[in-house]
Design a protein around this ligand. Structure first.
Ligand SMILES: [Zn+2]
Ligand SMILES: [Zn+2]
Length: 305
């Protein structure tokens, strides 16, 4: 679905970013808050001098008006939106924050990557799919380990990191493995790879590519239809996960932590002080409960006694 089509759903979820200079992020954020509040949008938006990064939910009418407003503003007229239909809000509230980086890679000051100056070559979903089939290619998942665990591209390297800021260190330790290879990077909506692929180039890798629009756009592409993405795509809202692969190559890659049965969904451990995202199948949820293990279950029971 592209941004000009109106979904036949009561609500929509938008995902978007743009690296573009914003001179006074504080006042920009304040004005933007008024716009979002007038449209009763909810979600998370980060504004910085390097641009804007957001995901919001709202009624279909209000989200369409939001897109119109953004496209009518010189700063954000080039914004590309990924749109998912929904039957409700997917965020509990609106949060707009000003940050140094709209995605934090955490490189010191002048070493920070400006994707408008240095970034990997952008590939369309089709080009990315074709490039994956080529010899001497490695695919790097540019997300955190708990996102990649739920679903990732077939044969992708999924770095064991809990935060994007840990990438530079991971790269230092895995440099040899990537040497002389064509490197493909991907993330949820594309924003992290803008910096990650730029960082790889800065670190001396020449053949670096990024999936334009990320997994979300790849799943909506009418031609590739998410082909060879295995599992589900983790999202940072109440949906937790969205489907990507609409072809026969889709499969479940996650297993229940208790019985080992294939099971595709995360759930939060019911012991509130734990609340970890874990994979527990429906049967085990029924017989044992949605808990990491005996310890969390006992703690919850004790708290209710
Ligand atoms: Zn189970
Ligand atoms: Zn737990």
């Amino acid at each position: 679905m592209n941004e000009t089509s109106i979904a036949h759903s009561s609500h929509q979820v938008l995902l978007y970013y743009l690296y573009t200079p914003i001179e006074d992020p504080e006042s920009y954020a304040e004005k933007h808050r008024e716009l979002c509040q007038s449209l009763e949008l909810r979600g998370r938006i980060i504004v910085g001098t390097e641009g804007i990064n957001g995901t919001v939910s709202g009624t279909t009418e209000n989200t369409q008006n939001y897109i119109k407003a953004m496209h009518g503003d010189l700063v954000t007229e080039k914004m590309e939106f990924k749109i998912d239909p929904s039957d409700k809000h997917t965020f509990p509230k609106l949060s707009i924050k000003v940050r140094d980086e709209i995605v934090r890679l955490g490189l010191p000051g002048e070493e920070d990557i400006d994707p408008n100056e240095l970034t990997g070559e952008r590939l369309s979903p089709r080009e990315f799919y074709e490039k994956m089939q080529e010899e001497n290619t490695v695919i790097i998942d540019g997300r955190n380990d708990y996102e990649a665990k739920l679903g990732h591209f077939k044969d992708a390297i999924c770095p064991p990191i809990g935060n994007f800021r840990e990438f530079p260190e991971w790269l230092d330790e895995n440099r040899e493995e990537l040497k002389g290879k064509k490197i493909l990077t991907y993330c949820t909506g594309g924003i992290r790879c803008e910096k990650l692929s730029g960082f790889l180039k800065k670190e001396g890798f020449d053949d670096v590519y990024q999936l334009d629009g990320g997994i979300v756009k790849y799943g909506k592409d009418p031609e590739v239809q998410g082909r060879d993405f295995e599992g589900l795509c983790y999202v940072f809202d109440e949906r937790v996960e969205v489907e990507v692969n609409h072809t026969e190559t889709q499969k479940v890659i996650t297993h229940c932590r208790h019985c080992g049965t294939e099971f595709p969904h995360y759930g939060n451990c019911r012991w509130p002080e734990c609340n970890d995202q874990i994979i527990v199948c429906s049967d085990c949820r029924e017989s044992f409960g949605l808990f990491c293990g005996e310890e969390c279950r006992a703690s919850k029971e004790a708290s209710e006694a």
